[in-house]
Ligand binder design. Structure first.
Ligand code: C2O
Ligand code: CU
Ligand code: CU
Length: 462
């Protein structure tokens, strides 16, 4: 039995800068310089055992799949020395982070094979949450992620109201292998390639932190905080834990204002969630976390086994006596509403099969132009009969409504799964960072085939 082992965390290069005291000034408190976190990430081919029975040629960050879990704190100054030792161009994109465009790792800034690049950014206050990182080269993201390049990124806040609750990382991915254990990528022009282009590539092997069907240990009555990341290229998970309810406390951009009870959770590819799980089973019992059927497909390419639930992990309740109930804070943090009366632009994004507003991605074309500091409403309409998860780089937004039905509560999101024939609206404010920002469908095959656009945010002239 394997227990859930989070991918190794790198923090060893963290340099804690000296606290500089405010010399002789009457402000009382010493002010700290930002903590500088400096680390090196190398992307390179290697061989690893992903599935039992041999090793597989993979691409890995620092020799591991998934890559190391990165942990930062609000206020950190981060310097990542990236070394591309792949045979092709790549980038590292810090999915969901609000950082300068120059360090966003978008397809506009490829790192050549053999090349190096420093990603430098500050983690601003309020950023605490669950994120992830992955390559974002032009047209090759799906391939590089399938080969093993992805990892978790956690940002912590000093005033996290539930910091004392034990935490588990659940990084979800799936993959497909040949009978000899090699990552199975469809041959060009094959029927499988056509199916993958429509559905996005799904794998029949489901991984949690790179392991198949691991076990999480818990004590009866204990509450754990699960940080869940959907790093799959296309698979949408509908998570349910036998005999348990969840308390959802957060999503892409961190904690909610209040915990929300949920029986199950739909998590589209690219999305994250934070759940509180209380083991209600007796000592010695177990429960399985499953993904239930979720129909995101067009009928023509819907997989034959789409309606079969799949097991993800076992929650094993220890033999120890139950622990006493824990009080969960009713208020987590305030999420100030973006002011929709300040909206200066409304944008309309229309998804048709493979295209945005009737166009394919062109790296040399700006599709939308916005102003630094502007508040805007974006309406994303899905014309077709399959889900397309929309993602915006650089800025967290607040979902307003879906098909005109107001969202029940506020949250910070960088993804919205726009379901079949659905229209979603969100409000966003372009704070702090001008530059070129991608927005796209996060089904990696769709993204690679051009279902992406460019937003240019320009500084306001005085
Ligand atoms: Cu997760 Cu444009 O990416
Ligand atoms: Cu992103
Ligand atoms: Cu799509």
């Amino acid at each position: 039995m394997t227990s859930v082992r989070p991918p190794r965390t790198i923090m060893s290069f963290a340099l804690l800068c000296a606290l500089v005291s405010a010399t002789g000034v009457a402000y009382g408190r010493a002010r700290a310089l930002p903590r500088v976190v400096e680390l090196t990430i190398t992307a390179a081919p290697t061989r690893l055992s992903l599935v039992p029975g041999g090793t597989t040629e993979v691409l890995a960050y620092n020799g591991q799949v998934p890559g190391p879990t990165l942990e930062f704190r609000e206020g950190d100054h981060v310097v990542i020395h990236f070394r591309n030792r792949l045979a092709e161009a790549t980038t590292i994109h810090w999915h969901g982070l609000h950082i300068p465009a120059a360090s966003d790792g978008s397809p506009m800034d490829p790192v050549k094979p053999g090349g190096n690049h420093d990603y430098v950014f500050d983690i601003l206050p309020g950023a605490a949450g669950t994120y992830w990182y992955h390559p974002h080269p032009d047209g090759r993201t799906g391939y590089q992620v399938a080969m093993g390049l992805f990892g978790a990124l956690i940002i912590r806040a000093a005033d996290d109201p539930i910091a004392s609750i034990p935490e588990k990382l659940i990084l979800l991915s799936d993959n497909r292998f040949t009978p000899r254990g090699v990552v199975d990528l469809p041959a060009e022009g094959s029927p499988q390639e056509e199916v993958d282009e429509v559905n996005g590539r799904e794998g029949n092997v489901l991984f949690v932190n790179g392991q198949v069907m691991p076990t999480i240990a818990i004590r009866s009555g204990e509450v754990q905080r699960w940080r869940i990341i959907n790093a799959s290229a296309a698979r949408v998970y509908r998570l349910a834990l036998e005999g348990h309810e969840f308390l959802q406390v957060g999503t892409d951009g961190g904690l909610f204002e209040h915990p929300v009870p949920v029986r199950e959770l739909v998590l589209a590819n690219g999305e994250r969630a934070e759940l509180l799980v209380r083991a209600t089973g007796a000592p010695g019992s177990r429960a399985v976390l499953r993904t239930l059927p979720y129909d995101r497909y067009v009928p023509q390419t819907r997989p034959a086994d789409w309606n079969v639930p799949r097991d993800l992990l076992t929650l094993q309740v220890s033999d120890d006596a139950p622990v006493a109930a824990l009080t969960i804070p009713a208020r987590l943090r305030p999420i100030p509403a973006l002011d929709t009366t300040k909206v200066t632009a409304r944008r309309f994004i229309v998804f048709s099969q493979g295209m945005i507003n009737g166009k394919m991605m062109d790296m040399h074309r700006v599709d939308e132009r916005g102003r630094l500091g502007a508040t805007e409403i974006w309406q994303v309409e899905n014309l077709v009969g399959m889900d397309h998860p929309f993602h915006l780089h650089g800025f967290q937004f607040q979902l307003l409504d879906r098909n005109g039905v107001p969202e029940p509560f506020r949250a910070w999101k960088d993804m919205v799964n726009v379901r079949k024939h659905e229209t979603a609206r969100f409000v966003v404010r372009f704070d702090d960072y001008a530059g070129m920002w991608m927005y796209h469908c996060h089904i990696l095959d769709h993204e690679d085939h051009g279902m992406m656009g460019i937003l240019e945010v320009t500084p306001t002239r005085r």
